[in-house]
Design a protein around this ligand. Structure first.
Ligand code: ZN
Length: 88
């Protein structure tokens, strides 16, 4: 069970980093080329896209309920499934 959460957490972090890079690099580049309004739109689209992806993906593998903002949950707050590696 926890291996799945571990993999999802890595994807979670990857999404956050990708989104942050896209927001800073992409949005400012687009803002410079096409104007500030398009930069803002890019920023919003990336932010919403990343949040949606995390919201859909960051779930307990046992009960499929969201894990909230807890980054390293030891147990699922909904069903109590163990989500941390044994011995941690
Ligand atoms: Zn659960």
């Amino acid at each position: 069970m926890w291996q799945l959460v571990e993999r999802r957490r890595r994807r979670f972090i990857g999404t956050l980093i990708t989104a942050a890079v896209l927001m800073f690099v992409g949005a400012s580049a687009i803002g410079q080329i096409f104007g500030d309004r398009y930069g803002m739109i890019t920023l919003l689209v990336v932010l919403i896209g990343a949040l949606l992806f995390i919201w859909r993906d960051w779930r307990c593998p046992a009960c499929q309920k969201g894990l909230g903002v807890e980054f390293r949950p030891r147990v699922c707050p909904n069903c109590g499934a163990r989500l941390a590696p044994p011995g941690s």
